[in-house]
Design a protein around this ligand. Structure first.
Ligand SMILES: Cc1cc2nc3c(=O)[nH]c(=O)nc-3n(C[C@H](O)[C@H](O)[C@H](O)COP(=O)(O)OP(=O)(O)OC[C@H]3O[C@@H](n4cnc5c(N)ncnc54)[C@H](O)[C@@H]3O)c2cc1C
Length: 427
């Protein structure tokens, strides 16, 4: 992908090959044209095609080029926002709907992976939200209480239990969420693409949508090599949007996030570190995450961009912090490194936009898009198929609003992470 080892790192190295696709040439017609080949667009295309709709998906680069091919692979339940706060922001009706949908979304991912036999290293032993100090413990305890009250399979682990499951004693406890898990993110995207094609969808890569126009009651989406005429447009280009729906990007602030993957660990190391393979992240403001891939590589990440002066700073930090957390990894080399762009909305919640008649899309996943993208893709498909009226969607229609000072805020996150990692203290 892109010939840039720092874009998709480990995932490009270990994902099965993508399905064969070509760029759009000439003029085509469809019921629905989907813009974007990440989880949202691929899930929408798959669910539409399964119900007999004629779908053409346009991807600017390659399948999984955006967040889908670069992320940590944590299949999370819910968003960052505490469950109790969501009805306050969206109102009780949408709040409850969103909580239900996103709380169960990791299970929907598992079901889809199983149904289509997608080879994506899926792990079902849950995730651990690891508490740093008393403040962290308070936060996860409250989060656990709120999810448990909603019937979720969650519980708090003591510091000792956390140490046994993670292989480090630096945490004061952890929230074990058994709904959640991990997967190989690019393999999942490629598997969704394969399944969508098998269901009858057409996918054109290297085909950025450059403009849209109304032609009678239909839409025309143009690319450099051709156009697609369709009744509906699904906008699924999220934070990597370019072209006609770039505004989606402008309503989010950039939070860069990097990952380093070690060489495969030894049998001895694997006995102590994540023996059950939960995916983990911590409660720090500049958070860190770690998880294992199938071959036993530890993927260790945090906030920051691996470019310019950030590259040596974050590299040095990652080496120091890894050994601070896992002294048993002293001398272990990193094999790959990569980073990507997370988009953060001002209230940390996703959006449903109706850009025009029959032009719709979900976006704004705030670094938690594997499960939400999958279920929002299915939701938008149901809406287009007439199974889910607008009034029953999990989010209200909202206008696209550019975040004030977004460039400055993004630069602040990037510089802030660099300063914090340069200063180096972790706990
Ligand atoms: C470093 C990092 C770590 C993350 N960690 C996690 C995690 O652990 N768990 C989790 O759930 N989420 C995580 N996320 C977030 C997750 O990756 C995203 O939320 C998810 O990929 C969104 O899926 P999507 O399909 O909506 O968008 P994307 O995956 O970003 O796909 C959008 C696609 O649209 C294409 N596109 C853009 N413009 C056009 C155009 N004009 N024409 C055609 N195509 C276009 C892009 O090329 C891109 O491929 C992380 C993200 C990053 C960057």
């Amino acid at each position: 992908m892109l010939n840039d080892p720092r874009s998709h790192g480990l995932w490009e190295k270990t994902a099965p090959a993508p399905p064969q696709t070509v760029a759009l040439r000439g003029n085509a017609t469809a019921d629905v044209v989907v813009i974007g080949g990440g989880y949202t667009g691929l899930s929408a295309a798959l669910h539409l095609a399964e119900k007999g709709a004629k779908v053409i998906l346009l991807e600017a680069h390659e399948i999984g080029f955006g967040g889908a091919g670069r992320n940590v692979g944590l299949i999370n339940g819910g968003m960052w926002t505490m469950p109790s706060e969501i009805p306050g922001v969206l109102g009780p009706v949408y709040g409850e709907r969103l909580l239900d949908l996103l709380g169960n979304a990791p299970l929907a991912v598992r079901a889809l992976v199983e149904k289509h036999a997608i080879p994506c290293e899926i792990e079902k032993q849950g995730t651990l939200h690891c508490a740093v100090g008393d403040k962290g413990l308070e936060e996860i305890t409250e989060r656990c209480r709120q999810w448990a009250a909603r019937g979720a399979d969650v519980r708090i682990l003591s510091a000792a239990e956390t140490a046994t499951r993670t292989g480090t004693d630096v945490y004061a406890g952890a929230l074990l969420d058994m709904r959640a898990g991990t997967l190989q993110p690019l393999a999942y995207a490629r598997g969704l693409a394969q399944s969508a094609i098998a269901a009858g969808a057409a996918i054109h890569t290297r085909s950025p949508a450059t403009s849209t126009e109304r032609t009678g009651s239909r839409w025309l989406v143009n690319t450099a090599g051709g156009s697609v005429s369709a009744d509906w447009i699904v906008v699924a280009s999220e934070f990597y949007s370019t072209g006609p729906f770039e505004a989606v990007r402008n309503e989010q602030v950039l939070l860069p996030y990097f990952n380093f993957a070690t060489v495969p660990l030894s049998e001895e190391q694997l006995k102590t570190i994540l023996p059950e393979r939960q995916g983990c992240w911590d409660t720090k403001e500049i958070l860190s995450s770690f998880r294992m891939d199938h071959a036993g590589r530890l993927v260790f990440g945090s906030v920051g961009a691996l470019r310019n002066s950030g590259l040596p700073v974050h590299r040095a930090w990652a080496k120091r912090a890894l050994v601070q957390i896992f002294p048993q990894l002293k001398g272990t080399e990193f094999e790959t490194e990569w980073y990507g762009r997370i988009g953060m909305t001002d209230d940390a919640l996703p959006r449903f936009h109706k850009f025009d008649d029959n032009v719709v899309g979900f976006s704004g996943y705030n670094g938690r898009g594997i499960a939400p993208g999958t279920v929002f893709g299915k939701t938008v498909a149901s809406h287009i198929l007439g199974e889910l009226p607008e009034a029953d969607l999990p989010l209200p229609v909202s206008d696209v609003r550019e975040v004030p000072l977004r460039t400055l805020k993004g630069a602040y996150y990037e510089a802030g992470a660099q300063i914090a990692h340069f200063a180096g203290a972790r706990f």
